[in-house]
Ligand binder design. Structure first.
Ligand SMILES: *Cc1c(COP(=O)(O)O)cnc(C)c1O
Length: 370
């Protein structure tokens, strides 16, 4: 394993021996009879094959991910969504009551929740906002990560909930400057919606760079819980599989669904859906910008928009929408996103309904003021 990651791993993991389960010993052959795992020999109707434990990391799945993400199969750890990757990486790097992680608020909430569950300290370097876009405070992140000895620096790009992607050069500078001191976990959950694309081709140049991807957003599979951890260092990935991953993390139906979503058969629909979402994102952005209600629509490289309203109006607005069956995410009580709500880009019909409701709300306000 590369020295950079090796020295960040909690010491007790170094000599921990992993559990070897019956299912880990490779793919099952139809020629053999398996009486080694206490499985039920019978399947229930319509559930053929479900009586057997799944393979921990199916080779076919790792190959499909590798192909989709432009890496080698040995550089992929399959997890139950990117959420599980975050949990496993927090656990492997952060010594409870001792280590810290760095985040750039406003950002995805799970980094902090998982750190606190260790518990590990969370150090915050807020994003800088300039003319409707957020960017990384690169120098301060580097400086703070060094002074606080942050084991992990999370970068979410495109960022949830602000929507925009960060400059690749900034991200790579952070990787370089913190090469000997921090693992950089780059969360690319929304990267398929961004022109800039993924940084996976830079993995080989940065031993401390770890990338997260998921099938939940662009691949329409939030319900099956499939994601990955990518790292150039195959020894690190092998270590994660052996000593850190759950024993049987991936349910068979989820593996089947993931293979289907990543297959050639799905490619055309996958691309068509993304194109439709991007077109609707632009349409929604324009329409929202004309609304008197909305003070700002932030630039988005993802499948959602962060919009700013009058702070005093957010609750009433979100309440009105909910009464009309339109559920939006309220971020207005968080210090970095005051007055903001997050709107997922829906289908054209759903977005039309949203815009209609907004008009009705505006008319209601105007009537109340008259
Ligand atoms: C949705 C989301 C995830 C979670 O992905 P899962 O694969 O569904 O666990 C991870 N990171 C960010 C930033 C997200 O918004």
């Amino acid at each position: 394993m590369n020295e950079q990651l090796k020295k960040l791993i909690r010491p007790h993991y170094q000599d921990l021996s992993g559990y070897v389960s019956a299912g880990m010993l490779g793919a099952k052959s139809n020629e053999k009879i398996y009486l080694n795992a206490n499985e039920n020999p019978y399947s229930l109707p319509g559930l053929k094959g479900m009586n057997r434990y799944p393979e921990p990391q199916p080779a076919e799945l790792l190959e499909a991910y590798a192909e989709a993400y432009g890496v080698q199969p040995g550089q992929v750890l399959a997890t139950r969504g990117a959420d599980e990757s975050i949990k496993l990486l927090t656990r492997v790097f952060c010594e409870p009551h001792k280590d810290s992680v760095l985040i750039h608020p406003p950002t995805f909430g799970i980094y902090k929740v998982d750190a606190h569950s260790m518990p590990a300290e969370v150090v915050e370097v807020p994003l800088l906002e300039e003319a409707g876009t957020f960017h990384l405070d690169t120098e301060k992140i580097i400086e703070t990560a060094k002074s606080k000895k942050a084991k992990i620096v999370y970068i979410c790009s495109p960022n949830n909930p602000t929507g925009g992607a960060f400059d690749h050069e900034d991200i790579l500078t952070i990787c370089r400057e913190l090469e000997d001191t921090s693992a950089i976990i780059l969360d690319e959950a929304y990267v398929e919606f961004s022109d800039q694309g993924s940084l996976s081709e830079k993995l080989e140049e940065h031993p401390n760079l770890i990338i997260l991807r998921t099938l939940s957003k662009a691949y329409s599979l939030a319900g099956v819980r499939m994601g990955v951890t990518l790292c150039a260092d195959e020894d690190f990935i092998a270590f994660m599989k052996e000593k850190v991953s759950e024993i049987y993390p991936l349910p068979r139906p989820s593996v089947t669904a993931a293979l289907r979503a990543l297959s050639k058969e799905s490619k055309e629909d996958f691309q068509k859906n993304i194109k439709a979402i991007l077109a609707e994102r632009e349409r929604l952005t324009e329409a929202l910008r004309t609304s008197r209600l909305i003070k700002k629509v932030y630039h988005s490289d993802s499948n959602f928009l962060l919009v700013k309203l009058d702070k005093d109006m957010v609750q009433e607005f979100v309440g009105f929408m909910a009464e009309n069956d339109m559920i939006l995410r309220d971020f207005s009580d968080k210090p970095e996103t005051q007055g903001c709500i997050r709107i997922t880009v829906g289908s054209p019909e759903q977005n039309d309904y949203l815009l209609n409701l907004m008009k009705r709300f505006e008319d209601k306000l105007a009537a109340a003021q008259a």
